[in-house]
Design a protein around this ligand. Structure first.
Ligand code: MOS
Length: 772
């Protein structure tokens, strides 16, 4: 293939066999996992890149509507109680104001359907939205103003005055912990194999440690926004969301409509990381739009995002490992407590890495939940794995020093031959290769295992590593429509999402490869709830979900084309599994001269187009095999011996995520995850005032995320070994990048300084306190 001026022309001359194609139990791998095709794996630049850098891409808050008004939200300043008075008179009289909505005039609405409670439920919190005078968290919307401009709306909102009857709230984690309950995340968060406590007590070497991770918030470049309008009983929503179908179904449920009466589009999403589901601002904007009979734009300020959209919750984790002299684990214990509310269902499942990473004779895993009066927390990039791998992979490092075994070697000695808790075979696991290849490339041999041994002037230098893991998932509901027109152009319609990760580009490559078309003859149409499929851009599952749906639709398409080809075609009499897509048509796999172009088939059949729709098979592969992405993270830090300032000087991510579908965009995904992991390690922390339950740093000035100066060159390698049980052989790569990074940094800081910090973020004050 060649890339000329951003336009990619693939030389996809080899026929891609259509079948047998099943990657599922008893079936054959998807033929697209093969390496010898032109487009799969190619470093194609983003097809939507030019639109984005020229500002032509229209995001949710760029959409203009006739007669549109702007929304601004007033937030509560107490954590629990009721509104005693709510004076909106000044706001109502302010310039440009069209409507002030409070619980007194808001329409009656059903509670939002909580995520995971049904297939298309989208809400992060199921508490009523402005239906009464109750306050449930500090920052809850208590009024919404609509006005002619954003400035008028914000100004009027500032004139609203509330007083409260305050009730005693639980806002301190320590206090809530005394009433902890078992956590559940689509199933139990407990595992018990053997007697892990007894095995720990009897072990020759052991660690038994506590790690803390703070509240965190997502900070997508694009703050949450929606532009929406009612057309009679139809609701039109331009949103930034990870689930257009979920949004349409859920808004319909809240407003008592049919799903088809809500139309959600999201052609571009400026980052999401788990946060762009359904929150109160959507419901309030739609309700206000109905009351005012005007289109509404609601664009949350950065502070607004912190008040209305949940983040990652705090955790306190115990990791205890008992080992014998050769490093073999007798006992692996990972338990602890997280802060949460009774109104959501994301108990930060930090035990997930321990479920699968290591073979241990006995295992005990458990997540307890402490209920607080706060905004519901939610999914944040690799929920569970991001912070769970910090604790687990630091503990491995601490144990390795105690036994005197290199930490990479210790990991390899405990490599399981099957999933240690489910007993299922791994579909594809090459973590040891990732560790070895990474160690070699990073120069791990140059690491001095003695802490504090390497110093250059004021700077202490150290290296650390950690394993990374995140599951392969494919949620039920994938479906796609392919339309092939007589000029040989294919359009795939699927209710999927492009949030900056490259989905539109990668899936265009995949479709072009399946059909044997050049890239510019394929259009991927996505981000619209009217398209087929329930395809969440979450859980790193979208690639597999789209892949499974397009694979199924392609099979339908080829059957249809062979029927249309009829008896006069060179393809006459052939079965779908005898042909493949190549050069803009179909050919017999073992007799490539028997071919006919798509255009010719449609012309002879006197058809302008052929269109098929198909559903992906149910995700049975994940019940047959233990399916995960893996990786190894390597970090070098320089820590200032006087100030405690930590600088990450080198970083390498070595991944094993099945077949990589686009080398350039995959590298960006890995790099983005690692950068977010550097933030988790060194700076990210939501300052939650435990007395008032209020977030005190809701801005990028006070909530620190990495900037360019904080990020070194990030080196990336991957095994590129296809998983025969996944569509295209590919695993998700969106979330694994952040996993393991916190531990790799912490382990490097320990190697540099001899100081072990078990509480994130590792800020210089914690190092200085240890040195004092
Ligand atoms: Mo991700 S936290 O599933 O968007």
């Amino acid at each position: 293939m060649s890339i000329v001026g951003g336009s990619v022309q693939a030389e996809a001359k080899l026929p891609v066999p259509l079948g047998p194609e099943s990657w599922e139990p008893e079936g054959e791998p998807d033929p697209l996992i093969r390496h010898d095709q032109g487009l799969i794996g190619a470093p194609v630049s983003r097809l939507d890149g030019a639109l984005k850098v020229t500002g032509a891409a229209r995001f949710a808050a760029d959409v203009q509507m006739e007669g549109m008004v702007y929304a601004s939200l007033a937030f509560s300043t107490i954590a629990k109680g009721r509104l005693a008075t709510l004076d909106t008179s000044a706001a109502e009289g302010a310039p440009g104001v069209v409507l002030v909505m409070t619980h007194r005039n808001a329409p009656r609405m059903k509670a939002a359907p909580l995520f995971l409670t049904s297939g298309k439920a989208a809400a992060g919190d199921d508490r009523p939205v402005m239906q009464d005078d109750r306050v449930h968290w500090n920052g809850q919307p208590i009024a919404l103003v609509l006005a002619g401009t954003q400035e008028q709306a914000d100004d009027a909102r500032s004139l609203i005055r509330a007083t409260y009857e305050i009730e005693e709230a639980t806002t301190a984690f320590e206090k809530a912990k005394s009433h902890a309950r078992p956590g559940s995340f689509g199933g139990d968060l407990r595992n018990e194999v053997g007697d892990a406590e007894a095995a720990l007590a009897a072990a020759l070497y052991r660690v038994d440690l506590t790690y803390l991770t703070p509240y965190q918030n997502h900070n997508a470049i694009e703050p949450h926004a929606a532009t929406l309008a009612w057309d009679g009983d139809e609701l039109i929503v331009h949103d930034c969301t990870q689930g257009v179908t979920h949004m349409a179904w859920s808004l319909a449920d809240i407003f008592g409509l049919e799903e088809e009466q809500v139309h959600v589009t999201a052609p571009f999403v400026g980052g999401a990381f788990g946060s762009k589901t359904l929150w109160q601002h959507h419901v309030l904007a739609a309700a206000a739009s109905r009351l005012a009979r005007r289109p509404v734009r609601i664009a949350l300020s950065r502070e607004g995002v912190y008040r209305v959209v949940g983040g990652r919750t705090a955790t306190e984790q115990r990791v205890a490992i008992g080992a014998q002299a050769d490093g073999h684990f007798h006992s692996l214990i990972h338990t602890g407590t997280v802060a949460m509310t009774r109104h959501n269902n994301v108990p930060e499942p930090f035990i997930l890495p321990a479920r699968r990473l290591y073979a241990a004779d006995s295992v005990k895993l458990d997540v307890q939940v402490a209920d607080l009066d706060m905004l519901a927390n939610t999914f944040m990039r690799a929920p569970g794995e991001a912070v769970g791998s910090f604790a687990l992979e630091c503990a491995i490092d601490e144990l390795s020093e105690r036994i005197g075994i290199d930490p990479i070697e210790l990991r390899i000695r405990n490599e399981p031959d099957k999933d240690p808790t489910s007993g299922r075979p791994f579909s594809s696991r090459h973590l040891v290769e990732a560790l070895r290849l990474g160690a070699e490339r990073f120069g791990w041999d140059n690491r001095d295992p003695r802490p504090g041994a390497r110093r250059e002037g004021e700077w202490l230098i150290g290296m650390g590593c950690a394993s990374a893991t995140y599951p392969y998932q494919r949620f039920p509901g994938g479906a796609a429509r392919i339309t092939l027109s007589k000029d040989g152009h294919a359009t795939v319609e699927i209710a999927a999402h492009e949030m900056g990760m490259g989905t539109a580009t990668v899936q265009t490559q995949v479709t072009a490869e399946r059909l044997g078309l050049p890239l510019d003859q394929v259009t991927l149409a996505y981000g619209n709830s009217s398209y087929p499929g329930v395809v969440l851009a979450g859980g790193s599952q979208q690639t597999a979900s789209i892949g499974g749906a397009v694979l199924a639709a392609h099979r339908e398409l080829v059957s249809e084309l062979l029927k249309l080809a009829g008896s006069d075609s060179p393809l006459a009499g052939l079965e779908p599994n005898e042909v493949g897509g190549t050069d803009g048509g179909l050919c017999k796999l073992d007799e490539p001269e028997r071919r006919e172009s798509y255009a010719s088939i449609l012309a002879r059949a006197q058809r302008d187009e052929v269109s098929v729709e198909a559903s992906a098979p149910p995700p049975v592969e994940t019940t047959e095999w233990s399916m995960h992405s893996f990786g190894a993270q390597f970090c070098e830090v320089r820590v200032n011996a006087f100030t405690g300032e930590t600088r990450v000087s080198r970083f390498l991510g070595s991944f094993d995520c099945g077949r990589i579908l686009n080398a350039k965009l995959a590298a960006s995904q890995f790099r983005g995850g690692i950068i977010m992991g550097l933030g988790l390690a060194l700076m990210e922390e939501t300052q939650f005032d435990e007395r008032k339950g209020r977030v005190m740093n809701p801005s990028l000035a006070e909530y620190h995320i990495p900037v360019h100066m904080d990020v070194p060159e990030i080196d990336l390698i991957w095994t590129d070994i296809p998983d025969p049980h996944a569509p295209m052989g590919a695993h998700g790569i969106g979330e694994i990048g952040i996993t393991g990074v916190g531990a790799a940094v912490a382990n490097a800081i320990y190697n540099a300084t001899g100081t072990r910090v078990r509480e994130l973020p590792i800020t210089l004050d914690k190092l200085l306190a240890a040195w004092a």
